[in-house]
Design a binder for this molecule. Structure first.
Ligand code: ADP
Ligand code: MG
Length: 351
């Protein structure tokens, strides 16, 4: 049986390359929203509001009161690899902003219609610009504005039929968007967040800047969770292992839920860590009588040189050194705290 003759290797057109790359960064409406939200936070915003239509497929609009974008930067704003955050590769090691690759806005313009209204401090008016395929369309138009930035994304995946068809359920996509906003609202308590459906009067999430994470958890996840929180902190300074600090809240034995909610930030980045989540669920499963799942909020700080933030196109995962020992220490701390609070509970109910 003869092998087929090799097909010729050809160079892809740039537009094709860009659209493929965009699909990796912007996987669904919630990933677009996450990038936009992180840009607002990087711009120092203390107030962020989001409006969504059709699960984000028709419209995602985000308004912030951050530092805005300089009008002279608008022509290259949505080109690939244009950023105000990173200069050299080495900077990645100590990067304190959530963004660094200059890819998010560009990616969005390859798969959606994007427009920006922005004004910096001390200006008398703002500018409105629209973008397509990485390029500015026409010139920025002066307009009335307030300090900050509003970005509007319409018709996501209008030119990627297969991707658009994959999102049959807009309310599920809206749920994912709410999930991203919720998590940031719990962690970034110095900012206020709101998220609502276009045309609704009532916001589905509404938080005010608050002094505590428990207030934010109450506002987002409800009083039922908030009243059952136990505060937990763990640190390990032993230089032979990974040095880290963890601060957070876990639900007590009185809290029952069918689904684990784990809000995890590592060095202020919203991430997921399946291993850590499982390790904690195991503790709950062995200690709690019913198969109840916990609520967990954890903020972990690691030495920046131990963390690689650039391992995943959506930045959902980070990799870090000594993951195993870190997971072990946190698991032990959760177990000790839970046993302690469970004993107290048994004691008080018996007397
Ligand atoms: P990155 O965040 O990796 O730099 P982005 O494509 O997300 O790349 O954004 C490109 C640049 O646009 C940012 O570096 C920033 O200067 C500017 N920018 C984007 N969104 C905002 C915003 N909401 N407020 C102020 N500047 C913004
Ligand atoms: Mg960004």
């Amino acid at each position: 049986s003869a092998a087929p003759a090799p097909a010729p290797i050809r160079r892809l057109e740039e537009a094709v390359v860009n659209r493929i790359a965009a699909g990796e960064v912007i996987q669904r409406p919630a990933s677009a929203l996450k990038e936009l939200l992180e840009n607002s936070l990087d711009a120092g915003a203390t107030s962020i509001s989001v409006v969504v239509k059709d699960g984000g497929l028709k419209l995602i609009q985000i308004s912030d009161n951050g530092h805005g974008i300089r009008s002279e930067d608008l022509p290259i704003l949505c080109e690939r690899h244009t950023t105000s955050k990173l200069r050299q590769f080495e900077d990645l090691q100590n990067i304190s902003t959530l963004g660094f690759r200059g890819e998010a806005l560009a990616s969005i313009t390859f798969v959606a219609h994007l427009s920006v209204t922005t004004m910096t401090e001390g200006q008398t008016h703002g500018y409105k610009v629209t973008y397509k395929d990485g390029q500015m369309e026409g010139e920025p138009r002066p307009c009335a504005a307030v300090k900050g930035t509003q970005i509007t994304v319409e018709n996501l995946f209008y030119n990627v039929a297969a991707r658009r068809k994959a999102f049959k359920n807009p309310s599920e996509e809206y749920g994912r968007i709410l999930d991203v906003v919720s998590r940031y609202a719990v962690h970034k308590i110095r900012a206020s967040f709101s998220c609502k459906k276009h045309g609704d009067n009532r916001a589905d999430i509404h938080t005010v800047a608050s002094p505590s994470h428990t207030d934010a958890i109450r506002a987002v996840y409800g009083p039922g969770v908030a009243r059952e929180l136990i505060s937990l902190s763990v640190s390990d300074d032993d230089p032979s292992r990974a040095t880290f600090k963890m601060q957070g809240y876990i639900s007590s034995a009185n809290y029952t839920s069918k689904r684990t909610v784990m809000v995890l930030f590592i060095n202020d980045r919203l991430v997921e860590c399946g291993t850590l989540k499982k390790a904690i669920e195991v503790v709950y499963a062995t200690i709690l009588p019913k198969a109840s799942k916990p609520f967990i909020y954890m903020s972990i700080s690691l030495p920046p040189e131990h963390v690689d933030v650039n391992v995943h196109p959506t930045k959902r995962e980070v990799s870090f050194l000594n993951q195993e020992s870190l997971v072990d220490s946190i698991q032990q701390a959760v177990e000790a705290k839970l046993l302690e609070s469970n004993n107290t509970r048994t004691f008080t109910t018996q007397t």
